[in-house]
Each structure stands twice: as structure tokens, then as C-alpha cells.
Design a protein around this ligand. Sequence first.
Ligand code: CAO
Length: 561
Amino acid sequence: MSEQEIKVPDLGGADEVEVIELLVSAGDSVEAEDPLLTIETDKASVELPSPGAGKITKLTVKVGDKVKEGDVVGMMEASDGSGGSDNSGDSDDSENEPEEKTEDAPKEESKGQAEAQDSKPAPKKKSGGSRKETVLVPPLDGMENVPVIEINVSEGDTIEADDALVTVESDKATMEIPSPYGGKVAKILVAEGDKLSEGDKLLELTVVEDGDDEDGGQDQAPTDSGEEAKPEPKTDEAAQQKEPAAQAQSSTYEPPAPGAKVHAGPAVRKLARELGADMTRIKGSGPKSRILKDDVQDYVKSQLQQSQQGGSVGTGSGIPGVKLPDFSQFGEVEREAMSRMMAVTATNMQRSWLNVPHVTQFEDADITDMEAFRKSQKAAGEKKGVKMTPLPFILKACATALAELPQFNVSLDMERKEVVRKQYIHIGIAVDTPNGLMVPVIRDVDQKGLWELAAESAELAQKARDKKLKPAEMQGACFTITSLGGIGGTAFTPIVNTPEVAILGVSKAAMKPVWDGAEFQPKLMLPLSLSYDHRAVNGADAARFTSLLSQLMGDIRTLLL
Ligand code: CAO
């Protein structure tokens, strides 16, 4: 074993390129052609392949460094007899430039690769002007009739040599067919779904020769050389090819979501595959949104965290995300960061909605007498400095119902397959604040009187609006009441505040004609909407719960029993 330099190979004409990702570290063992680092020009990114098998001893560049052909990017110890023969021992500089080593090809190189090298047209002498080339399908590792799954360029695109032209997919691998030349795509001769074999015509390319800028080339009538060019296909196996640009194009197909394009190198794709990460959901942080290894790792970490926070079921796991359109195409838009509270509420709502099989039971309670009583307490309330709203009555009725139907006063521990029965009655009240929804908790509601509940709910609601609630004041609820009665509406379907198993939604009371058996009576009816976790509560019990609430509020004397 001997240490040798790893050098930047021929960059296809690019002067200086930026290192955008390190794919290995010192101490890593690599095989010949394993990608070592990703470099990016303003047109394409490529992975620099290892010149041989061995152990990386040192990397001498970091992300952001600019390198050019021949620069040393690291050192490695080649393993004996490895494919790293290019770099073995007494290497001279040229031995570190794998892409140029066709004639010195290592013995291990497969016949297919040799053929691929042979099939690559000799570079045309650059003499100025432009010429038309018809690009043909290269040998496809013995496969025929391989369907095109993606056309990677459009007519009129200016491309670099080795940019992917089309992607074909067999049942074993995906190959990107790279362009043998830089130039302008004149005409695409295939369509998605077409089945290709070696020698089929792929597209026509206007190749700009030296001395021409892009536009100049376009202005000149192309010289039809009549020659046809066969590029080398880039597959996982083809990673053993010598040109580093080839590395950037090789990949194994990850079916993208419709319309989604994934930009990532083979090493990153491999990592994503190994971790089972869907690359179409990963946001790339590299140049031009290219997905880097860190992005894959961050994505997997965040998924794990979410799933752990979501308990045994795992929030949203496997549920396709919502793809946003570019709203600015419809009109002017502004974006602002969510407040922490909004983000937390959104996560909690989603967690509950996804984890809990919700059912909502509706009922109207006749609160005509209750309202008369409440109004009669107005003067007393003023003396006490407490306003009596319908809420304390509803709290008291819910506490009684929770005591009578204790199946509502539980939480489910699905991991241990246990029902947690609570011997206390703490009720949360949803409070609408300028900063979002908050749910302070009133403890031991069953042991408190109406005035006490009125005072405490008003105090907690005010604290919530003033952002003065302590965390302990928002914990421990067995059940939640969300009252929109002061605002309006006839009914709604609240979302259970997990790990509770039920929530009561209260809408605005309204006078309604109620048939008493002989005639219609005007009654003040309070709409109730009870959402419950159908794993914990059955429908009959839900109907019993709302009927009981209706009964208790219909005759508030029963609240004393
Ligand atoms: N029907 C008719 N009127 C009602 C009513 C009902 N169901 N509930 C309350 N009212 C009346 C009150 O009596 C009061 O009227 P008066 O001033 O004439 O007496 C008025 O509406 C306002 O009441 P309030 O809202 O100040 O007091 P409250 O005790 O009823 O409610 C609270 C307190 C904190 C629940 C409420 O202020 C609140 O924030 N509600 C919104 C909760 C929410 O956003 N839920 C949604 C959660 S899911 O997104």
C-alpha cells in the first residue's frame, strides 16, 4: 500500500469549480469510482470519482473551496491489486486523472465499459462555426426496448457535454444518457414512453465550435456533418466509467411525485435509498436546490422526531404532503413566518386529526330557564365583580356528565394497550386570543360553585389574552369545552384535544319553536356538538352524554343533585 494524491480530473473546459459537498472523510474505505466529492460549475454539478480502491487518508479541500484541473483534493492509500491501479505507487500526475485513462484502462474494467469508451465519438476539431449532430442511443448494457421515463432537456436548451439528455429505465436500473457534446438542443426525436435500443436516434444537437459564443452559433446555419454521436449511458454500474461528469448523471430511479424533479448525485440517492427516504419530499439546500447528504440526514431526523412526538401511531407518517403551487402566478402574495404558537397549534391539530377517529354528536339543550336564572344573577354578579355567562353552567353540566359517564374521563395508552381512568375532573376551556388559541384548565370543576367557576374562567381567559398563563395552568385537562356561543354559528365539529377523548363545542343559543305536545313554545336552544374519540367512546354513550347535558342544562336544579 502506498499513499498517493487524489487530483481533480479534466473538467471539460471549466476553469475553476466549487466544491459543494464532501462525500467521504479521512479513514473511509472506498472502491474505485466511488464518488469522493461533488463539484459544481455554473452549468452542472459532478461527482469526482475515486481513482482506485483504497482508504482515504486525508481530504485537503473543504466545501466552498474552488478547485481546478490537476489540483490535489486529498490523499489515499490504494489497496493492493485494486482498481486503483491508476493511482498505484509510483504514479505520475496523469495517473490521478481517471477520466483520461482510456488507453491505460485497468484490467478490471469490463468489456461493456471498454465498448462504451470505444463508442464515444472522437472530439471534433474545433474550428469555429457550428455543426449539427444527431445523437444516437449508446449501448445499453445489452438491453433493448428500454422505455424513456424522462426527457431531461427541451428544444432550445443550451447544454454542456455530459448533461443528461433522457432517462431510460429497465426493470433493474435507470440510466441517464448524457450528451456527448455541449451545444443547443435543436430537435428532440423521442418522447416519454418510447422504447429505445442502441443506435436509435435521440435528438439533434447544434454543436457550437470554438470561436463562437452561444448566440453566434445559433445565428450561423449549422453545418450538417451527417455524423451521429453515441454517448455513454450512465448507470450505477457505469459509475466505473472514467469521466467524472458521468458520475453526476448516474442514478437509480426513485419514482418522483408527479411533476417533482429531484437533483442529487448517486451517493446521495444511495443514502436516501438506504434510509428509505423519499427524495421527492426532501428540500435540497445545495446550489439549484440540489439535495445533499445533510439534507437527507436532516429529513430522516425530522421524520423520526415527528414520529416520536406523535406517539405510537406517528404523526402523518406515510401521508403524502400537500404540495403548494406558486401562488404568485395568481396574484400578489406575501409570506410571513408562523408564530411559534401557531406552529405548535397546527402540529397538535394535525396530530389529533390524524390519530383520532373522530365522530361528532349534535344536540340542542333548552336553556330558557337557565338563561332566566343567569340574568337574574346580574346584579349579584356586579356586586361580586364577576360576570355570569353560560360557560360556568356548561362547565358544571360537563363535570356531572363526566362523573356519570366515566368512559369520557379517560386517555388511551395504545402502546401498552391500557385505558387510563382519571379520578379527577379538570376541564380545559378554549380561549380565542390575538396570538391564537390557548386552552387553560380549570381544576376540580366538580368541586366548585358557579360563581367560582365564572371568576376562574374569566381570570384564566384574561391571563391567556395577556400571555400570562403558566404552563401548569394549561396542563392536566380531562375534557375541553370550546365555546363559540358569544360569536355565532349553529354547529361545528371540534377536534379532540388529545390525549383527551372528547370535546364539547358550544354554538350560539337561539330562540326556536319547540313542540310541547300541544303547541309550539318559544325556547332558547343551545346547540351542542360533542366530538369524541371513537376508539374510547361508542356512539350510544356519546348520545347519552349529550342527552344528559341537555337535561342538566334544561333544569339546572339537577346540577345540585
Ligand atoms: N349563546 C349565546 N350567547 C352566548 C353564548 C352562547 N352559547 N355564550 C356566551 N354568550 C354570550 C355571553 O353571555 C356574553 O353576552 P352578554 O355580555 O350579553 O352576557 C357574550 O356572549 C360574550 O361572552 P364571552 O365570550 O365573553 O364569555 P364566555 O364565558 O361565554 O366565553 C371564552 C369565554 C373564553 C370561552 C370565550 O371568550 C372565547 O374565547 N371563546 C372562543 C373559543 C374559541 O375560539 N374556540 C374555538 C376553538 S377551535 O378553533
